[in-house]
Design a protein around this ligand. Structure first.
Ligand code: PEP
Ligand code: MN
Length: 334
């Protein structure tokens, strides 16, 4: 349930009203203070709340029930966009476009530092790289693990680029303490125990959409993290499973404006995993920017034919440079 208060109500009155709601109805109250109004979001069993009684209160402008099962991720509870500050010059969701770029897997210091420097020169503001890899085959390269995290940190030290990398299990959370953005991969989108634990830490999370997850299921996964207290969640559309076999997945571009409408959380698009083909990365990246994405995550490798994972969808630094120029030019023209 959403209660919009009249403008210019004294803070003490709002606090008194909030306490009264919590005590009388045993609900949690999420408060959002905007420039012109204050919105109270009631979370819990609101079936006993007398909507007419609330509406009749002097300080109340309007009240309505919220149908959607996600509350904290819902734009109705938080009308303005969430902006997630990653570093002094990287804030995601503030209207600017950020590109996270780097290899699928961290392979060596030379590789990750070299790729970091070149993507930075092309305008990427964050470095991606997998240290723990969720692979379809148990015989495929599983990542450099802890060593991969150290190499990412070495690349951050060299370039200043914040790092984004995937976590696969709860017991690794401490190991990710010094990572700037923790990625939850598509395969773990509904690993609820992992999501609950990530809700207890104060760290930005990049939550990828599950392989066949609906938008509502994806938002409910964001809700799991936010319900625990961590509201720094970014959503990432990375393509979904459809009947089409030409591409690795099907990029659901409509998810971008739909998420913008339903939620206040930033939305990032991954054209690399969505297509599986390097030549499709540029047009899909352009489409994502045109649709309103806050950022892109793109795989870039120094030597794609010899990449230890996802070579077919990886751009060379030179190809990435062209894509980055085109997407920034498009963004500036919007
Ligand atoms: C990745 O980013 O390398 C990855 C494994 O992505 P996804 O979870 O979207 O498949
Ligand atoms: Mn990959």
């Amino acid at each position: 349930m959403i209660i919009v208060l009249k403008p210019q109500i004294a803070p003490e009155e709002i606090t008194k009203f909030t306490e009264h709601l919590k005590a009388d109805y045993e609900v949690k109250v999420n408060r959002w203070d905007g420039v012109h109004s204050t919105v109270l979001g009631l979370i819990g069993d609101t079936t006993k709340v007398d909507i007419e009684y609330i509406d009749a209160q002097e300080i109340v402008e309007s009240v309505k029930r919220v149908q959607e099962p996600y509350k904290k991720a819902n734009r109705k509870f938080h009308p303005e966009n969430t902006v997630i500050k990653i570093s002094d010059n990287v804030s995601i969701g503030d209207g600017s476009l950020h590109i996270m770029a780097g290899p699928c897997s961290v392979e060596s210091e030379e590789q990750i530092v070299g790729v970091a420097k070149s993507v930075q020169a092309s305008g990427a503001t964050l470095l991606r790289g997998g240290a723990f890899k969720p692979r379809t085959s148990p015989y495929a390269f599983q990542g450099l693990k802890a060593e991969g995290l150290d190499l990412l940190k070495a690349a951050r030290k060299e370039t200043g680029l914040p790092i984004v990398t995937e976590i696969m299990r709860v017991s690794h959370i401490d190991m990710f303490e010094n990572v700037d953005i923790i990625q939850v991969g598509a395969r773990n989108m509904q690993n609820f125990e992992l999501l609950k634990e990530l809700g207890k830490i104060d760290k930005p999370i990049l939550l990828k959409r599950g392989l066949s997850a609906t938008i509502e299921e994806w938002l409910m996964s964001a809700e799991y993290i936010m319900a625990g207290g961590n509201e720094k969640v970014m959503l990432c559309e990375r393509g979904i499973r459809t009947f089409e076999t030409y591409t690795r997945n099907t990029l659901d571009i409509s998810a971008v404006p739909i998420i913008k409408n339903l939620s206040h959380l930033p939305i990032i698009v991954d054209p690399s995993h969505a297509s599986g083909k390097s030549r499709l990365v540029e047009p899909l990246a352009m489409a994502a920017v045109a649709a309103g994405a806050d950022g892109l995550i793109i795989e870039v490798h120094n030597d794609p034919p010899h990449a230890w994972s996802d070579g077919a969808q990886s751009l060379t630094p030179k190809q990435f440079d062209k894509v980055a120029k085109r997407v920034f030019a498009l963004k500036n023209s919007l």
